[in-house]
Design a protein around this ligand. Sequence first.
Ligand code: UDP
Ligand code: MG
Length: 331
Amino acid sequence: MREGRISVVVPAFNEADNLPLLKDRLTRALSQYGDVEILIVDDGSQDRTPAILRGFAAGDPRFRFLSLSRNFGHQSALKAGLDRASGDCVITLDADLQHPPEHIAEMVDCWRDGFEVVNMVREDDPKTPAFKRWTSRLFYRFVNSISDFEIRPGASDFRLLDRRVVEALISLEERTLFLRGTLPWLGFRQCYIAYTPDERAQGVAKYNFQRMMALALDGITSSSTRPLRFSTYLGVIMAGLGLTYAGYALLLKLFAGSVISGWASLLVGIMTFGGVQLLMLGILGEYLGKVLTEVKGRPSYIVREQSEAGARSQAELPVAAMQARLSNSGM
Ligand code: UDP
Ligand code: MG
C-alpha cells in the first residue's frame, strides 16, 4: 500500500468568490491525511484571487500558491502546478467546485491499490447545457477516430497522478500540452471513477466558444498528424475527379463537337476546389503554427510570485529528500 504526501493542484482564474468555500471543502476532504499540500495556481487573475491566496498561505502551512505573470490558460496553469507539486501523488481539480473534493478519498484509495493514474469520468449530467454535452461528445468521437490513443468521452482534468507519471509528464518538452490526449499516450496503470459534476459555485465559465475551439484544435493537432494525410488523400481524389472530367470533356469535344454548357457546374467546381484548398491550407497552417510555437521554445507560463522564496525545483527534490533522510539517520 502506498503512503506519502498528497498534493492538490488547483488552477484558478478570477475565482475569488469560490476560494473560501474551496478551502473549506478541501480542508475537510483532506483532514484524514497527514502529509498534504494544496497548491493553487493563480492564472493571471484580475480580481482578489492573488490576495486571498496570500492569506491562505500565511494562515495555513498546507496552502501554497503560484501567481502567473498573465493569463496563460487552464492547461498551462495545470502544468505550472504539476511542475512544482512535491507530492507522491498529485490531484488536479477545478477551483469552481465542479470537481467535488469529496471524491478525493476514493481517488487516493485507488492510488493506494496500485493505480498510477486515476481518471475521473464525468457522468452525463442533465444539468450541463445540451450544447456543451453535444459538442464534447462530438469532439471526443472525432479525436478518437483520427488518433491512435483513445480519450474516454467525459474525460476531464479531474484526476490523480502518481509521482512517476508527473515526472514523465514534466519531462516532455511540448509547449502546448493537452493533458487529456497526452496521458493515454504516457500509459501507466489507469483506473476510472465516474462522478457527477456539480454546478459551478460562483461566477461564469471561462471557456467560451472561441476557447473551446482553440482547445479542440490543440487537442487534435497535438494528438494526431492524420489530418495532414487526409489532406493528401483528398487532394488525390479531387485531382482524379478533375482529370476524369477533363478526359470526358475532351472526348465530347472530339466526337460530339464543341459543347459549351453547364456554367453552373463550372462554378460549383471552382468553389469546391477553392474551398478544399483553403481547408487544406488551414490544416497545414495549424501544424505549421504548432511547429513555430515549439521551435521558439518559450516556456508555457511565467511565474510572477510564489508562496515561498525559491520553491524546490523538481530536479532538486530527490536530492533534498535524500539529504533529509541522511540527516535523520545521523549520517
Ligand atoms: N482556468 C484557468 N485559466 C483560464 C481559464 C480557466 O486557470 O484561462 C481555471 C478556472 O479557474 C477553473 C478551471 O480552470 O478552475 C476550469 O475553468 P472553467 O470552470 O471556466 O471551465 P469549464 O468548467 O467550463 O470547463
Ligand atoms: Mg468549471
